[in-house]
Design a protein around this ligand. Structure first.
Ligand code: VGL
Length: 194
């Protein structure tokens, strides 16, 4: 099988100390780097996404500007394009990342499939061009961008695996529910603690 690895939104704002930091986020960054040292050669392509929001608007209601964020569909200002919060976490080694996808310019965009690469290529075109038939997924956050990306990936008909040791979520309940949803959609969880 020809495999791709997705590294979802391992950005400063989604790690401890960031605008929307998830517990365990920084550890995930380092653990993905270690995983890549050992396994990058098994992937035809390693594709990393970044949330890349506009500074001067609420990005389609994604940023809570007039009220407190509900942490479900409104959020604190995060991952504003060209700010430190939008950069990859320093523990993520980007040398072995071969395609960079940005998403969320002016809109909410949880799935990597909503973005395009820095070369302007849409993700489905890239996956077809490289004849990818297996997609592995790691990154942040389990209950939002990992979930949305994994569901879109499996909907393309490819074999999809989420590495449960290489993800971290916003909230425990929604993260547990996300794992159930992914499994029901035919996504493999590795390891699977159930
Ligand atoms: C994400 C909340 C808001 C994520 C993005 O990367 O999972 N979560 N925007």
């Amino acid at each position: 099988m020809v495999a791709a690895l997705f590294v979802i939104d391992v950005q400063n704002d989604f790690t401890e100390g960031g605008a929307l930091g998830v517990a365990g986020g920084a550890a995930v960054a380092g653990d993905i780097t270690n995983y890549l040292w050992a396994n990058a050669e098994h992937y035809c392509v390693v594709i990393a996404s970044r949330d890349w929001h506009d500074a001067n608007n609420d990005n389609g209601g994604h940023f809570a500007t007039d009220a407190e964020p509900n942490f479900v569909d409104t959020w604190p200002v995060h991952c504003v394009a060209n700010t430190d919060g939008a950069e990859y976490h320093p523990a993520l080694n980007t040398q072995q990342i071969s395609a960079h996808v940005r998403k969320g310019q002016g809109v909410p965009a949880y799935s990597i499939f909503e973005g395009v690469t820095d070369d302007g290529e849409a993700l489905p075109a890239l996956l077809d061009r490289l004849e990818i038939d297996r997609i592995d997924i790691a990154g942040l956050a389990t209950d939002y961008c990992v979930l949305a990306s994994a569901l879109d990936a499996v909907a393309t008909g490819r074999k999809v695996t989420v590495f449960t040791d290489l993800i971290a979520g916003v909230a425990p309940e929604s993260s547990a529910a996300a794992l159930v949803t992914m499994k029901q959609a035919g996504i493999m969880l590795v390891p699977d603690d159930e």
